[in-house]
Design a protein around this ligand. Structure first.
Ligand SMILES: *Cc1c(COP(=O)(O)O)cnc(C)c1O
Length: 369
């Protein structure tokens, strides 16, 4: 038998979550479009498989850079593909226009490169305003003149106005309202489509739902919010990280478990070992008490997570046996919850996935008669 650790990716769940995003996007306007954000290998879920699963329904895709976009073009993705960081040097521009890629333009340097390099075919640009995140984007005062400069270029086909929200994952944070107002004010009267919302904005801020929405995490079935949020009930987790118990033993009260002896049994304990560790992407900082699921029941991680293994307390699941399957996150055990125990975010858990084989499941497509 080979090592049992694996990630199972449910592509039906991905499609379900995409449709959920679409329905949110259409709550106020009839035609809100949804770009499926599949950067960073679809947040560790596999960009090729995820894009293929969404190829018939997605309005478009978004990635970080041209390399990620060309991978999608090479498997036949025809929709718009947006490069969220635009381009890094002028030499990319010809390929961008040849492959009909959309680009974010977010800095004065990119504006200049675009002006100085006539392109063989017109491109759509997404002109990004820094409405208050102070990371990338043109400052609000620079935005209108930048828009006018781009508008005159024959090789710019159209301009989508975009911005990015810094605090949409905190439901009560008034800063989002502030950013929305800044964006609204400095794009007032400019013709063209707009794009504001990431996952959290799309769920919680009707004003952020614009012509184009850009959810990432939501598509993978995880909540972007720091605290419990009702959207979790509608999401279907796409990834299940699983492994199996490889050893069980009874240890007396007072036994220190694992590296650094950070956990000591308070009672005679059935200790189990699971074949998964931080080299697989399970967070080393998962605290004592972080839940895992054995035969559908939650039991706590005890002691430090090692590279290839972790230890759990099976005292309350006496029927557990070596070989039994263990779910680290997935259905019934949201990655967002594990992230809270590890003082990180589900984004990082997914992106850190490593070494484990990935298995895809999808129900057969119904063929219409
Ligand atoms: C990654 C990214 C998104 C998606 O964010 P989620 O929080 O995963 O929905 C949206 N917009 C931009 C500009 C991004 O870089």
């Amino acid at each position: 038998m080979s090592r049992p650790a694996k990630a199972v990716i449910n592509l039906d769940a991905l499609q379900h979550n995409y449709q959920l995003a679409k329905s949110l996007a259409n709550q106020e306007r009839r035609n809100g479009k949804v770009l499926a954000v599949v950067k960073a290998d679809a947040y560790g879920h596999g960009a090729v498989a995820c894009a293929q699963a969404l190829a018939d329904q997605a309005d478009g895709f978004a990635v970080a850079c041209i390399e990620e976009a060309l991978e999608l073009r090479s498997i036949g993705i025809r929709q718009s593909i947006l490069l969220l960081e635009g381009f890094f040097e002028a030499s990319e521009l010809v390929e961008i226009s040849r492959h009909k890629l959309d680009i974010v333009v977010q800095s004065p340097e990119q504006l200049l490169m675009l002006e100085q390099n006539p392109l063989p075919a017109p491109v759509r640009i997404w002109l990004k305003m820094d409405s208050g995140m102070y990371r990338v984007g043109l400052l609000p005062e620079e935005f209108r003149s930048a828009w006018l400069r781009m508008e005159t270029l024959p090789w710019v086909s159209d301009i989508v106005m975009m911005t990015h929200l810094a605090c949409a994952d905190e439901p009560e944070n008034g800063y989002t309202r502030h950013q929305l107002e800044v964006f609204e004010q400095h794009t007032l009267g400019l013709p063209g489509e707009r794009s504001i919302a990431n996952s959290a904005g799309l769920v919680d801020y009707s004003q952020a739902r614009a012509d184009w929405n850009r959810p990432g995490l939501l598509l993978y079935g995880a909540s972007p919010f720091e605290t419990l949020h009702p959207i979790e009930q509608k999401l279907q987790p796409v990834m299940a990280l699983q492994s199996a118990i490889i050893s069980i033993k009874d240890i007396p009260a007072g036994s220190p478990v694992g590296y650094g002896s950070t956990w000591v049994s308070q009672r005679p304990t059935r200790q189990g070992v699971v074949a998964i560790g931080y080299a697989d992407g399970y967070p080393r900082h998962a605290a004592n008490g972080t839940p895992v699921m054995v035969n559908g029941r939650r039991v706590p991680v005890i002691g430090r997570v090692s590279m290839d293994m972790l230890t759990i307390d099976l005292t309350d699941v006496p029927e557990a046996r070596p070989g039994d399957s263990v779910v680290l996150w997935g259905k019934g055990l949201p990655a967002a919850e594990i992230a809270r125990h590890a003082r990180t975010i589900p984004y990082q858990l997914f992106c850190n996935l490593n070494r484990v084989p990935v298995e895809y499941v999808q129900s057969p497509v119904m063929v219409k008669a």
